[in-house]
Design a protein around this ligand. Sequence first.
Ligand SMILES: CC(C)(COP(=O)(O)OP(=O)(O)OC[C@H]1O[C@@H](n2cnc3c(N)ncnc32)[C@H](O)[C@@H]1OP(=O)(O)O)[C@@H](O)C(=O)NCCC(=O)NCCS
Length: 207
Amino acid sequence: MNDPLWSRVWHTLQDEGLGSFWLKSLDALGYRRLYLLRRPLAEPILDCPTMLPVAIRWLILEEVQDYLAFRPDASGHDVTQLLLKGDCCLVARHADRIVGAIWGSNARMNTVRSLGRDLPLAPGEFYQFDAYTSPEVRGMGIASALSVAWLRHLRDEACVDALLLTFPWNVAHLRSYAKAGYRVESVVRCVRLGPWRYLLPLQQVAP
Ligand SMILES: CC(C)(COP(=O)(O)OP(=O)(O)OC[C@H]1O[C@@H](n2cnc3c(N)ncnc32)[C@H](O)[C@@H]1OP(=O)(O)O)[C@@H](O)C(=O)NCCC(=O)NCCS
């Protein structure tokens, strides 16, 4: 993120193409588009194998330091507060080190950082956020396997749908969730001007 602007422009064009560059430019100017993905839990939840053996389990308060070793950009205080308020995090461990994580919350209102607004949930809906896999083990199916573990847990808890938001240019995120059965349902659009946020009506995406 500290790279000079010309370097970021060059890498976006080279790695992600003109479409992604255009969307990121609009975003930088204040017009943000996010995809809302939905995964009905009534649909079958198939296994997503990983190319690296991992043990998947819940993050507990005593392991916040392990989480910070995995995500040095995170704040120990924020992670602790999330756990204390009832949000949950499934982590994948390899060689006793956390290599992947996905958070989730069933609070009725969730503040979406990328939107700067609350996302209200209907009964039975569950919101997932902050998926992250260590850069050296990306593309090995870890996020998809974590999604599947989350979905099975939510189905057992009688939830109806899992939801999440992501940027249209985050191909790896979209692909990892597509493998677990999530589909883009709509586009959330927001105009930002300083601290001011204006949400435009949802744009449905044809199935
Ligand atoms: C998004 C993220 C969590 C995915 O984790 P992961 O463990 O690598 O995901 P998976 O291995 O399950 O799936 C990734 C898929 O995307 C594909 N992929 C990755 N980069 C890609 C690209 N640039 N173009 C097309 N596909 C791509 C991989 O090949 C893989 O698909 P495949 O199994 O069909 O080959 C990880 O990339 C990450 O931590 N990114 C940074 C944080 C982030 O953006 N989080 C999401 C927003 S909260």
